[in-house]
Write a protein that binds this ligand. Sequence first.
Ligand SMILES: *Cc1c(COP(=O)(O)O)cnc(C)c1O
Length: 388
Amino acid sequence: MSKLVKNYNRRKISFKYGKGSFLYSTDGKKYLDFVQGIAVNSLGHAHPQLVKTINKQSKKLWHVSNAFVIPEGEKLAQRLTKKTFADFVMFQNSGTEATEGAIKVARKYFHSIGKPKKNRILCVKNSFHGRTIAAIYASGSKKMTEGFGPKAGGFDHFLFGNHKSLKKKINKNTAAIMVETIMGEGGIKVIPDWCLRELRKICNKKNILLILDEVQCGIGRSGDFFAFEKSKVKPDIVPIAKGIGGGFPIGAVLMNKKVASKMTPGSHGSTFGGNPLAMSVGNSVMEIVSKRKFLKNVKNISNYFFLKLHEIKMIYPNIIKEIRGKGLLIGIQLHTNQVNFIKKLMENKLLTIKAAENVVRILPPLNVKKNEIDQALKIIKKVCSEIN
Ligand SMILES: *Cc1c(COP(=O)(O)O)cnc(C)c1O
């Protein structure tokens, strides 16, 4: 009997090893892995360069305290700031730590400028920012918070896409608006660029910080390095995690110098965050993702994937309601519950994962090949024809 706490309803399948887009199960089957650890293995399984990096670094140095200068972390922070809006970076180990870190940075900023009451964070109802106490109350989901009270205060919520609701919930104590640029767990819902620009305008007008949670949609997943890039909006704070470690746990809070300047020594910390082993892997991921052609390939293959998925939707409009997402963060929204559909895909050796609103979430590695997309399309079509 398993001695693991049953906080997951685990699928009865285990894997021996992985290579690129594929996973090989302990019972000798080969699966096309379009979950990739939920957008974590951005370069697929066992990427040769990452294997080399981790082997090399593991022989040199794994961990030292942040009490010392860590050159690998300095380098990754340079890389991230050079490529993005950010002036400074604070490393953590996970997404939820990064979103909590983002909240702390926002509150600290207003506290430091003599506005301690300006501490409320406005989020989307039923969004997802992680599982720590603050993060579940930030998400405003009844399911996630039930049983974990007392409630962590300081969060307000508005309805996704409802601008009236947003404006109504802003008050003089709103310190930050925190939203996922593309809602992941919530059902792959993209905030349009013009909405991001409106958000920025509102924030500017009311002296509110803009936090864009790119834990799932960042690091090339959307086809751009950050999903908000095309909008030209500059957020103040961006938590990242998932894809940046390519499978190694890394989280980070990216921020501008205005807010970073208030994070003085001792104001925040992390024992593990930013250790040499994690940072060397992060540097390798960045090196690959930053190559000139890399994101162009993501965009091209994404366009192809979307086109073909729309074709399938046209054949089976009674099964597929909507194709959602951007880049390689893709949702197939069904008319009915998606669990059986996902099971059937798995029986046909394609791994996917659910998201809210009857969505089948599809997360190939960013270096997925066209013939692997074709393989997935064939399986999706087959399952549609079977349940039709
Ligand atoms: C996954 C996720 C988190 C939480 O990340 P963990 O590493 O599981 O703590 C936070 N925000 C978003 C948008 C996510 O998708």
